[in-house]
Design a protein around this ligand. Sequence first.
Ligand code: 13P
Length: 263
Amino acid sequence: MAERKPIVGGNWKMNMTRDGATQLCHSLLLEAVEPQIDTEIVLYPPYVWLTDAATILSESFIRLGAQDGLAESNGAITGGVSLTMLSELVDALLVGHSERRSIFSETTDKFSQQLVSALDMNLLTTYCIGENQTEQESGLTYQVLEEQIGSVFEGATGHHLAQAVNKNPGALVIAYEPVWAIGTGLVAQPTDVQDRAEFIRKEISNYCDAPQLIRIQYGGSVTQKNAGDFAALKDVDGALVGGASLNAEDFLSICRAFSVGKH
Ligand code: 13P
């Protein structure tokens, strides 16, 4: 049995009508039955469809997550949704997605607090990192990854984070998503992805006693055609899928590729 169970996430981002969302959940449940997929599957719909998705997916093997959530439990934060609220509906969370970094100008302080709170609440917590195009072209990829990992482990919150990760390393997932590959159809070279995943695991070992238990996903234009290339990589344990997660057949093909590739 593999040390790390493969994990594929479907990040729907700001997509789907209510009807589309419920249909996709139903299709996934119907089509995933045969052949059995031995991959952990997590869906991240927009907030407004979480209740519908939670009802449809309850008692199923498909887990539900939120695309963001605030560490503050409640208060005067117009438009805010807290992890405390979300934890009544979901058991997973995305933190630090590049679109949160670029569109909402969010930074390490928020991510570090979210990671700690989410892990303290026993949420399956995925921290997204990755270099942008300029950084890649300037040869800064490894420096960026080191900084994005190291910065969340700094200070008192970072210390608390390291403790939470050591308590349950299986609850932390790192998604390596090169920004230039997201939604562009440009895919990172599998050999590069393996090198980066290995580097990420080494960096994590500075803060965690069991880095071999932390799962690493690749994200960025993953499709049913290229999923097998990533599933074959030693240090890559799954994928975080955007566009292709909006179609049940495509998404499940990716889940199957990791199920087959890792067993
Ligand atoms: P795409 O699969 O659409 O490139 O999106 C990747 C992503 O950002 C998942 O979080």
